[in-house]
Ligand binder design. Structure first.
Ligand code: ZN
Length: 551
């Protein structure tokens, strides 16, 4: 039985006459009992009709079981938790207490005959599209639609054990809801009853109450919860009534500012804002009350699934002097066939079945620079991963796959990390030290003892103007960097190895050749001859993240 009371009858009749569907009637009667929405639409229609004809026959028995005291009516239930955000409907273990209208005790159904005449409330009413929900609560709340949603989810083959159902409704539903509310409010006021618009159950709540249990069942009992990393979105559109919102732009122009990435200015947010501002009189002047009957129902696309990003981190070595860190494209043309990030990402993307990725690292090396030692920390955000949990053994296996796929790079410490942990990589990056080995050429012939003085130089501060080679993408500035220590290894009269321990961000090449005097002091000045750098290796990046994983 529907949890309606005798005194709800005039309202029920008025709503049916206005062209509301059976479930919208329950919503406007503030019925918060979820089970009432879950029974079949036909049963609800029949019960409402029986309820009304009781009234017409002058009987006065409540359709509901004995009800709680009026004081309990304000106890708020699940519907209250989700006024602003789609994806946050709790799945209660039992139905919340019914919310009822705060009706005047003296009210009876004695005015019902006058209202019932407006529109037929017979069997034909069932087949008509609801003027408020545009069919959402009529045609899309059954097992067939739930199965359709579940099939769309299954087809994507995600790995998940909880999900959140989010519902997107056309913005004009708010306009129609407002119109219907004004229509009902008018009558309610005549009868000196109190009814707050906030007490009306939202369309998306009612939709979720009816459908999410069915979807969960179809998906083998997955928990539909308020917060989950996995979201299933159902979107309804109704082009026939899109123009419903347009009058609001004239009435509240400041609510509708064009934004770059939205197709229409009539977003749900903007419409809600405008409806809060507009006076009842102004609204009624521009919009029919109750709303007009649409010819067709809403339509809906396949449910859209989205899994929150997963983050993977590790360290990489680069053994090749012709491999850029990221794809190297000049004037739309690709310069190198591969890159560090692509070599690492390909096996990871396929293991997590992700749609895409964002790659970041602790600094970066030039295309001709190797990264040796423990490697360079990196992290990847995997977008919309269809698989999100790999255990330690599987991560080790994935690391093996990456390392076998190419001899140009190698990965270690590969692990899943949190979004927050990723920030650790960039934290204090500037203060970290990096170690390098450079192969140096000197124009003047040198002897072993000519270069040993370099080993004694400590904490040398250098001023570096933005190097010419990066000036096209970085602002001109002078940066101070510290070279903590250096060591030399003589090779022959024109070559030696120079080891450097420097503050992160030091331009090593420029320190060696001087960059036409843009870096001072530089190695040419120190050795009083032209010098150049032939090879450069990064020996270590002293960032203690991500944590090492024992082999
Ligand atoms: Zn409806």
């Amino acid at each position: 039985m529907l949890p309606l009371k005798e005194k709800d009858k005039p309202l029920v009749q008025k709503l049916l006459s206005a062209g509301c569907c059976a479930r919208c009637v329950l919503r406007f009667c503030c019925v918060g009992v979820q089970a009432a929405y879950r029974q079949t639409y036909q049963d609800t229609v029949k019960e409402l009709q029986a309820f009304i004809s009781d009234a017409e026959n002058g009987k006065s028995k409540d359709s509901a079981a004995p009800e709680p005291a009026e004081e309990n009516n304000k106890s708020h239930d699940a519907a209250e938790n989700d006024k602003s955000h789609d994806a946050a409907v709790p799945e209660p273990t039992e139905d919340p207490p019914s919310k009822r209208m705060k009706l005047d005790h003296g009210a009876t159904g004695d005015q019902s005959e006058a209202d019932a005449a407006a529109e037929p409330v017979g069997p034909q009413a069932e087949s008509r599209v609801c003027v408020v929900c545009l069919g959402v609560l009529q045609e899309f709340c059954d097992r067939t639609h739930a199965t359709k949603i579940a099939e769309a989810v299954k087809a994507e083959n995600y790995e998940f054990d909880t999900m959140v159902l989010s519902v997107s409704l056309p913005a004009q539903l708010c306009v129609r809801e407002h119109s219907c509310w004004l229509h009902v409010k008018k009558e309610v006021r005549e009868k000196s009853m109190a009814l707050d618009k906030d007490d009306v159950i939202l369309v998306k709540e009612a939709f979720k109450w009816t459908v999410q249990g069915l979807v969960a069942k179809e998906l083998g009992g997955v928990a539909v919860v308020t917060r989950s990393v996995f979201e299933v979105g159902v979107e309804f559109t109704h082009p026939e009534t899109d123009a419903d919102c347009h009058f609001l732009a004239g009435a509240c122009p400041d609510c509708f500012k064009p934004t770059k990435n939205k197709q229409s200015v009539f977003t749900r947010m903007a419409v809600v804002k405008a409806l809060e501002k507009i006076s009842d009189n102004k609204f009624l002047k521009h919009y029919p009350c109750p709303p007009t009957r649409p010819a067709s129902s809403c339509s809906t696309q396949d449910a859209q699934c989205l899994h929150l990003s997963v983050f993977v981190a590790g360290r990489y070595n680069k053994f090749c002097r012709s491999l850029p860190q990221t794809p190297w494209v000049i004037d739309g043309e690709r310069r190198m066939e591969s890159s560090v990030e692509e070599l690492i990402a390909a096996p990871i993307l396929s293991a997590f079945r992700a749609d895409g990725f964002n790659f970041s690292s602790s600094g970066r090396e030039d295309v001709d620079v190797r990264t040796l030692g423990n490697g360079r920390p990196f992290a990847m955000e995997l977008l919309n991963p269809h698989r999100s949990r790999l255990n330690r053994a599987e991560m080790r296996q994935l690391q093996e796959t990456i390392n076998k796929s190419s001899d140009k790079i190698r990965v270690r410490d590969l692990q899943i990390v949190s979004r927050e942990a990723m920030g650790r990589m960039k934290e204090g990056e500037e203060e970290k030290t990096k170690s390098y080995t450079a192969l140096i050429w000197t124009q003047k012939a040198i002897q072993r003892e000519d270069i040993t003085f370099i080993d004694d130089i400590k904490d040398l501060t250098v001023d570096q103007k933005t190097p010419l080679r990066v000036l096209h993408r970085r602002a001109l500035a002078v940066r101070q960097r510290v070279i903590h220590s250096m060591n030399t290894r003589f090779l022959d009269p024109h070559h030696f190895y120079l080891g450097l321990k420097t503050q992160a961000g030091t331009y090593i090449k420029e320190f060696v050749h001087g960059d036409f005097g843009r870096t001072k002091p530089n190695l040419c000045e120190l050795l009083k001859t032209d010098t150049d750098i032939l090879e450069l290796d990064v020996e270590s990046v002293d960032v203690d993240w991500p944590p090492a994983i024992p082999e």
